[in-house]
Write a protein that binds this ligand. Structure first.
Ligand code: COI
Length: 371
């Protein structure tokens, strides 16, 4: 019997059989939803799915009606959080075609997350095919208003009914899709950040570099505490409380007056963001001295205070780029730069979204056509 971590990769593209929903939303219902976009509140008519067992590997690849799942109360995910996910977007281009951004990077990270959580690896081919199949069936749901997209959420979880603590022998993979407006409705407006020092998100050897639900669950308490203080988001420090790590769900960049762009290096407890990696490329090409390094907390505080640090921004698939206008923690409360979206932050946002939405040439080969 194969273990999840060594489950065979198929290597070939297996089709996802399409079983159209017998009860899709009407055109009027869909248009009403597309006219009032939030983030992750409405979902399209279909979802993609596949199931894994040791005996059959990945099978039952389907696109079917979006519907609640029937889950046994003993399903392992509900008890031991054996779960991973990805975040991606499909973008409508001016000519009506639909594209996604660096899906191979998401597929590769999904595979790394699966190995860490003792889940079976889904091949890149199956990953891409599930997305392509779903977006083709629900192509009418890709919104076209500025800044909007179809957010794609592939995820995998332990569905075996068993309370023993071991890797599940039945696993489900699904992709759901949600038409979304901007993650932060106020647009590219600065957010306030509370530097959380007492609660840690991750530690070396933990699951910090896997995209698993538990990491996000761990961020909810400090996030709620920061919200109570009036702050929008939190910034974690590393397990030694010496260096910056990441926000609750985004990586961070620090822009210096001296032409440097610094971001925490990948220590194993930081999520390797696809947006992060794309921004490293874009800023390097722009002539910045991009440094992936340990960023001491005190260096950031002093840099913001002295003006050596001119901009700080967060980045991720959902939010794209979010300027940080206010940085506070125990004993300090500082305005970053002018407290507005700085020049570099705005340039990164514009350059990245111009590529994603087909307004600028994709010179890096980052886009994959879906429809
Ligand atoms: C994303 O940026 O897509 C994320 O996964 C972060 C968050 C919405 C959980």
């Amino acid at each position: 019997m194969s273990t999840p971590a060594t489950a065979p990769r198929t290597g070939s593209v297996e089709p996802f059989e399409v079983r159209p929903s017998s009860n899709p939303r009407t055109v009027a219902e869909r248009e009403a939803m597309l006219a009032a976009l939030g983030f992750g509140v409405d979902f399209t008519d279909h979802m993609a799915r596949a199931t894994w067992t040791p005996a059959d590997g990945w099978h039952e690849r389907r696109v079917e009606a979006y519907a609640p799942l029937l889950l046994d109360p003993a399903a392992a995910v509900l008890h031991y959080a054996q779960e991973i996910f990805e975040g991606m977007k499909a973008y409508a281009h001016p000519d009506g075609s639909v594209w996604t951004f660096r899906p191979e990077a998401n597929a590769a990270r999904f595979a790394r997350s699966a190995l860490r959580l003792a889940l079976p690896v889904l091949s890149q081919e199956d990953f891409l095919e599930s997305i392509r199949a779903l977006v083709n069936v629900d192509a009418e749901w890709v919104p076209t208003t500025p800044g909007s997209s179809l957010y794609l959420r592939p995820f995998m979880f332990a569905s075996e009914s068993f309370l023993g603590v071991r890797a599940a022998q039945r696993v489900d993979y699904l992709v759901i899709a949600s038409p979304v407006g901007p993650y932060f409705p106020s647009g590219i407006k600065p957010v306030s950040i509370w530097l959380t020092r007492d609660i840690k998100r991750a530690a070396p050897g933990g699951t910090g570099d896997a995209k698993c639900g538990g990491n996000y669950a761990a961020s909810l308490l400090p996030q709620a505490q920061a919200s109570e203080k009036g702050f929008d988001q939190i910034l974690f420090t590393d397990s030694t409380d010496s260096h910056l790590e990441e926000l609750g769900g985004m990586n961070v960049f620090v822009i210096g007056k001296d032409g440097t762009a610094s971001t925490p290096r990948l220590t194993g407890s930081i999520l390797e963001g696809v947006t992060r990696s794309s921004i490293i490329t874009l800023l390097s090409e722009r002539g910045f001295d991009v440094q992936e390094r340990d960023i001491p907390v005190e260096e950031l505080i002093e840099g913001v205070r002295s003006g050596e640090v001119t901009e700080v921004f967060a980045c991720g698939t959902a939010a794209v780029v979010t300027p940080i206008g206010r940085l506070a923690g125990e004993g300090f409360d500082l305005t970053v730069g002018e407290g507005e979206a700085g020049e570099t932050t705005q340039w990164v946002y514009q350059t990245l979204t111009d590529i994603q939405y087909g307004r600028a040439e994709d010179t890096h080969g980052w886009l994959t056509r879906l429809v």
